[in-house]
Every structure is written in structure tokens, then in C-alpha cells.
Design a protein around this ligand. Structure first.
Ligand code: UDP
Ligand code: MG
Length: 311
């Protein structure tokens, strides 16, 4: 069985359509499936629609969060709940074309050695140019820090049960699904897809939430910023030695002034120290978050179609 995990946040306009399109594609291709909708604390009627689907139709699992915990938590809740031999993650807005799921499924089914089928974007769809610039910068940072090329990667992936189990065993609270699913290894095959236009509604990402996501992702996956602090420290040391020698030389020749330079240097170094402290503080706050060991999400409600109740 294939589990299709669909995180949904304020998607009342999309739920019915997505369920119809996905189930049509699965039935057409005779794939045994379940759809796991995770309602991430939506403020609209998303949960009502999901629970109605579970009452009226087959193959639907619904999970309701007690509040909005974010897409990452919704993904991991879906992985935990899924019973399939393989799981696919897709967005609720049909930007990940369901037809590609069939392609992924066939690759996984026909090759015993393939455990992950990764969807890569062959084009990024319609995007705001500012957003595009920042996302390019973000992926460049990730690539230089961790060696993972994630520019075209997406959350649209098929994972074998082995991979899902190993992801479920990872204990951290602050997750970054895309990087974690490549960190676990396993044989990966790639399929390319064109990002479709959002079916209904608007993207949930504001500029602020994207910046937060980027900073979170980078810090939860690499400690490179901390090493950068050390490197900058050494560069500053080198500069101080050169400047120190120059100042001493001038002092010996009786011309030691430079009040402006002193002020500028103090301002410059103190800003650098503050920024470095900030970076260190950020990592400490992450340790604090992790050490509290709070759950990644809280489930307030679950629903299952009748045909899945005894699985
Ligand atoms: N999503 C979620 N929780 C959130 C934000 C988004 O579960 O806090 C879901 C959303 O319902 C959708 C998917 O994540 O299924 C992708 O969101 P969106 O389409 O807004 O992002 P974009 O496609 O613009 O990257
Ligand atoms: Mg979308």
C-alpha cells in the first residue's frame, strides 16, 4: 500500500478537489493507497472537510493538530501515522502533480534497490523575483555549508518503509525534512516535474516566515556559522598584528595620532563581537529548545475511513 501524506493549512478550497484528483489517479492506475491529511491547526473549515471525507469515503486518514505547528511537524506526524509500504509527501494545492506519484510508484515498485524517489523541480513555477533571489542565496548557503544541493529539491518525495522508519527514529525536535531525508542515505532515484500553479487560495509563506524557515533550516543542519565566527576572529587577529606593527613603528618615529581610527576600530570590532555573540546565542537557544524535549506536535483528533479501521 502507498500512503500519500498531505499537510494542509487553511486549504478548505483545495481539500475536496485534491482528494478527488488523487483518488482518480490512483484508481486509474490500480494502486492500493491511503491519503493521510494532516490538518495543521487551520482557522477555516479544513478539518470539517477532512473528517467528512473520512466518514463518506474509503482510504482517508485525518489527523488534527491542536494548533498550527508548521509544515515540518505535519510531515512528521503523517510519516508516523502512515501504514503504507511506501509514503509520498505532497502539497494540498496540487502544485505537486499527482500523475508524477504514479511515475515515482512505478520506479519504486520495479526496482528493489531504490528506496527514495525524489521529485526535483525542472522549473520553479511562477515566483516573485525578490523571493527567487533570496531562495537562490539560501540554497547557496546550504550548499557551501553542508554540501547538499537543494536548489531544485522539494518535499515531494516517495520514501520506502525502511526510510520512513529511520526518519521516525530521529529524535530531534527541530527538523528539516529535505535535508534529513537525504542525510539518512539509501539509494535515490530522481524524477523531474514542473511545479504547477496553486489550485486555489494563496501561498502560506510570508517573507518573515521564509526568513525564519531559512535561518532555522541552516542552523538545524549545520554549525558552519559558528566556525565562521572563529575564522573572522583569526582574520581580525591578522589585521591587528599588521596595524599594531604599523602603529608601533609610527610611535617610534614620534607621530602617533589617529583618534578617528581608534573610534572606527572600536565600533567595528564591537559590532562583530555582538554579531558573533548573537550567532552563538542562537545555537544555545536551539539547544534549550531541544533539551526541553517537548513533542513536535499535539494531536487533538484522528479520523479514519471504515475500510482502514482495522489496519
Ligand atoms: N502548510 C502546512 N502548515 C503551514 C504552512 C503550510 O501544513 O504552516 C502546507 C500547506 O497547506 C500546503 C503545503 O504546506 O499543503 C505548502 O504550502 P504552500 O502552498 O503555502 O507553500 P508554497 O507552495 O508556496 O511553497
Ligand atoms: Mg503551494
Amino acid at each position: 500500500m502507498l500512503s500519500i501524506i498531505i499537510p494542509s493549512y487553511n486549504e478548505e478550497k483545495n481539500i475536496d478537489n485534491t482528494a478527488n484528483v488523487v483518488s482518480d489517479v490512483m484508481e486509474e492506475n490500480k494502486i492500493d493507497y491511503e491519503m493521510v491529511f494532516v490538518n495543521d491547526g487551520s482557522k477555516d473549515k479544513t478539518w470539517e472537510l477532512i473528517s467528512r471525507l473520512a466518514d463518506e469515503r474509503d482510504n482517508i486518514v485525518g489527523i488534527n493538530f491542536s494548533r498550527n505547528f508548521g509544515k515540518e511537524s505535519a510531515i512528521f506526524a503523517g510519516l508516523k501515522e502512515a501504514k503504507g509500504d511506501a509514503c509520498v509527501l505532497m502539497d494540498c494545492d496540487l502544485q505537486h502533480p499527482p500523475q508524477v506519484i504514479v511515475e515515482m510508484y512505478n520506479i519504486w515498485k520495479n526496482n528493489d534497490s531504490i528506496d527514495i524517489v525524489e521529485g526535483r523541480k525542472s522549473s520553479r513555477g511562477k515566483e516573485n523575483p525578490v523571493y527567487k533571489c533570496f531562495s537562490l542565496l539560501f540554497y547557496k548557503l546550504i550548499k557551501s555549508a553542508s554540501g547538499l544541493d537543494m536548489k531544485a529539491s522539494s518535499d515531494f518525495k516517495l520514501l520506502d518503509r525502511k526510510v520512513v522508519d529511520s526518519l521516525n527514529e530521529m529524535p530531534e525536535r527541530l527538523t528539516f525534512f529535505r535535508a534529513m531525508s537525504s542525510w539518512v542515505g539509501f539509494n535515490t532515484e530522481t524524477v523531474y516535474f514542473d511545479v504547477a500553479e496553486r489550485f486555489e487560495g494563496e501561498s502560506k509563506w510570508s517573507f518573515k516566515s521564509l526568513v525564519k524557515y531559512a535561518v532555522n533550516s541552516i542552523s538545524s543542519f549545520t554549525s558552519a556559522p559558528l566556525h565562521i565566527v572563529t575564522v573572522i576572529g583569526f582574520i581580525m587577529l591578522l589585521c591587528s598584528i599588521i596595524l599594531g606593527i604599523q602603529t608601533l613603528w609610527r610611535f617610534a618615529h614620534g607621530s602617533s595620532e589617529g583618534f578617528t581610527t581608534v573610534i572606527l576600530l572600536i565600533l567595528f570590532t564591537s559590532s562583530l563581537i555582538m554579531i558573533s555573540l548573537g550567532i552563538i546565542g542562537y545555537y544555545i537557544s536551539k539547544i534549550y529548545e531541544e533539551i526541553k524535549c517537548r513533542p513536535r506536535y499535539i494531536i487533538s483528533d484522528k479520523k479514519k475511513s471504515n475500510n482502514l479501521k482495522n489496519i
